[in-house]
Design a protein around this ligand. Structure first.
Ligand SMILES: Cc1cc2nc3c(=O)[nH]c(=O)nc-3n(C[C@H](O)[C@H](O)[C@H](O)COP(=O)(O)O)c2cc1C
Length: 189
C-alpha cells in the first residue's frame, strides 16, 4: 500500500468483535494494541489511523498506548459486543453467538468515548457510532472528532453522507463559522 499514491491513509482495525481470533483481542489490552501498532508502523509509511474497540474498561489507556507507538490518529468506536436470542427456538440468533452492536443505540456511549479520548491524546480523533444525520455528526465534532465515519445509516440510505455534508454546511452558515475545524472540541462547559 505504501506504493499506491491514491491511498492516503491506512485504518488499522484492532477492534473487530465478529471474528474468532485476532480482531478485537488485539485492541482490548494495552500490550497487544501497542505490539500490533508498533509492527504496522514499522512497515507503513502512510497516515496510520488505529481503530479502537469500545469493549474495554478505559478506552483512553488504549488510545494513549497506540499514540505512543506512532499512530497518526485514532478512530472510534467499533461495535459493542452484543447478543440476540430467539426465545421461541431458544437459540442464539447469531452464528457467532455474540456480535457487534451498532447504530443509534450506541451513540451516547460512543460520544462519551470520543470526548474522553479527545481529552487524552494529542493526535486527531475520528468519531463514529450511531451517526444517522448531520446533527449527530456535529455532536461528534463538538465532542472532539476531527472527522466522522458513518456505517449503519448507509444500510438505510447509501446517499446519507451527502445529506450529512449538506447539513453540516447549513450549520456552519447558521452559526457563522468558516470551517468544520471550528467545531472540533468546541463544547461550551
Ligand atoms: C455490517 C457491519 C460491518 C462492519 N464491518 C467492519 C469492518 O469490516 N471493519 C471495521 O473496522 N468496522 C466494521 N464495522 C464497524 C463500523 O465501521 C462502525 O465502527 C460501527 O458500526 C459504529 O458505527 P455506526 O453506528 O455508524 O455503524 C461494521 C459494522 C457493521 C454494522
Amino acid at each position: 500500500m505504501n506504493e499506491l499514491s491514491h491511498i492516503s491513509a491506512v485504518e488499522l482495525n484492532i477492534s473487530c468483535p465478529n471474528v474468532k481470533e485476532g480482531g478485537m483481542s488485539f485492541g482490548i489490552s494495552c500490550p497487544s494494541a501497542e505490539a500490533v501498532t508498533r509492527e504496522v508502523r514499522k512497515v507503513c509509511s502512510k497516515h496510520l489511523m488505529v481503530k479502537l474497540s469500545p469493549n474495554v474498561t478505559d478506552i483512553t489507556e488504549i488510545a494513549r498506548a497506540v499514540e505512543g507507538q506512532g499512530a497518526d490518529s485514532v478512530s472510534l468506536v467499533n461495535t459493542f459486543l452484543g447478543m440476540a436470542i430467539d426465545s421461541e427456538k431458544r437459540i442464539p440468533l447469531l452464528s457467532t453467538i455474540t456480535g457487534g452492536l451498532s447504530g443509534p443505540a450506541i451513540k451516547p456511549i460512543a460520544l462519551r468515548m470520543v470526548w474522553q479520548v479527545y481529552n487524552a491524546v494529542k493526535i486527531p480523533v475520528i468519531g463514529m457510532g450511531g451517526i444517522m444525520n448531520a446533527a449527530d455528526a456535529i455532536e461528534f465534532m463538538l465532542a472532539g472528532a476531527s472527522a466522522v465515519q458513518v456505517c449503519t445509516a448507509i444500510f438505510k440510505d447509501p446517499f446519507i453522507p451527502l445529506q450529512i455534508i449538506d447539513g453540516i454546511e447549513d450549520y456552519l452558515i447558521r452559526h457563522k463559522l468558516q470551517s468544520v475545524n471550528d467545531l472540533v472540541g468546541d463544547l461550551q462547559m
